[in-house]
Design a protein around this ligand. Structure first.
Ligand code: SF4
Length: 365
């Protein structure tokens, strides 16, 4: 069993972000944790299967969970533990922005049970960070990494965004060097996408910004993949790589289609073929909880075709691949001939070139 907790508050909206967030100067930490714990109790009442096995992972994502007051974060994790048992070596991750991280804060996170930090670095170029509307500068990334390690948390992931507009002059190789120089245990890569309704979407619609072309996207992705190979890293999913032994257990649960519960606005949950998700807007979500209404917005049960699609898509994202039976033989043969896939041990895995085409390959089945 795995638990995701969404914390929607951010100091400002990044130029590319369309997540379910609430921009707040002051985070209503106590009220938020009260609402989450109410939802947790109700969820356990409605989903008694969740009590059958201990939590293997807890993941605080956002938004910016590092903006929650540390005392409230500790109260939240205590409340979660009162509901279910948590494995002794459970992976408990917090996503953090570098400017929220200090030795004192991380020490309090660690005392609350956090043992993994995922730091939103994105780039080591101050001009690029400003363009992204990030609240940190490049120097704060190194300071944050030092604080995380100094407080005794050694499991540390960095997020980086690639495929930025060419006009920005971002040096992707230099950013990869800077990331590896900080010796993280894990890296997550995100190719920039333009979402309508974001500042980037408006800049693009007005012609003020030209997104990168497919060739640059591919070149940057391949450069990162080659770097992982040369460093001896485990490139275990299309967008994630780790030092051997440091895969993200929580993220793997999604790709392995394990059961998980989600708390907080917009959080998703899954059990067997059932999927459900919460009200997206944080104020509406909180109101529903305080008035005794369901905080779940909608649900669905996958039919056979949807389940097959999910098995293929999630399996092929990973280095462990998908069962051969999930992909028709003529398509497999074509992909293997093209160098996009390999077959071994009854499974098919995509190569790096195949991962570059993941969406198109899935669509072609
Ligand atoms: S910090 Fe993360 S969640 Fe918040 S606006 Fe930026 S990208 Fe979105």
């Amino acid at each position: 069993m795995h638990l995701y907790i969404h914390v929607p508050f951010c100091a400002r909206r990044c130029s590319y972000c369309d997540f379910a967030i609430a921009v707040r100067r002051e985070v209503p930490s106590a009220a938020y944790v009260d609402a989450l714990l109410t939802e947790w109790r109700r969820t356990l009442d409605h989903e008694p299967w969740a009590l059958e096995s201990p939590l293997r992972t807890i993941y605080l994502g956002g938004g910016t969970p590092s903006r929650l007051a540390p005392a409230e974060l500790a109260r939240l994790l205590d409340g979660i533990r009162r509901g279910v048992s948590v494995e002794a070596d459970a992976e408990i991750t917090i996503e953090a922005n570098p400017d929220d991280v200090s030795l004192e804060v991380v020490a309090r996170w660690r005392a609350a049970g956090i043992n993994r930090v995922s730091l939103g670095a994105q780039s080591f170029d101050d001009r690029v960070l400003q363009w992204m509307h990030r609240t940190h500068d490049a120097g704060q990334i190194g300071q944050a990494v030092a604080a995380v390690r100094g407080a005794g948390i050694l499991n540390l992931s960095l997020d980086l965004i690639f495929a930025l507009p060419v006009a920005l002059g971002r040096d992707w190789a230099r950013d990869l060097d800077a990331a590896f120089a900080l010796e993280p245990t894990h890296l997550s890569l995100y190719g920039l996408t333009v979402e309508p309704g974001t500042p980037l979407g408006r800049w693009t619609a007005r012609g003020e910004c030209r997104t990168t072309d497919d060739e640059t996207y591919a070149a940057e992705y391949l450069l990162a993949a080659d770097r992982f190979r040369r460093e001896g890293w485990d490139h275990y999913e299309v967008s994630n790589a780790a030092r051997p032994g440091s895969r993200a257990v929580h993220n793997q649960a999604y790709w392995l289609r394990h059961s998980y519960l989600g708390l907080g606005p917009s959080a998703h949950s899954a059990s067997g073929r059932r999927r459900w998700w919460n009200i997206r807007d944080w104020a509406a979500w909180q109101r529903a909880l305080s008035e005794g209404h369901p905080s779940v917005e909608a649900s669905e049960t996958l039919d056979d075709a949807q389940e097959l699609l999910e098995q293929r898509y999630l399996g092929l994202r990973t280095a462990d691949g998908a069962d051969l039976a999930l992909v028709p033989a003529p398509i497999r043969a074509r992909w293997v001939d093209a160098g996009w896939a390999v077959e071994a041990g009854g499974r098919m895995t995509l190569t790096i070139e195949g991962w570059l085409r993941l969406d198109a390959l899935i669509a072609s089945i």
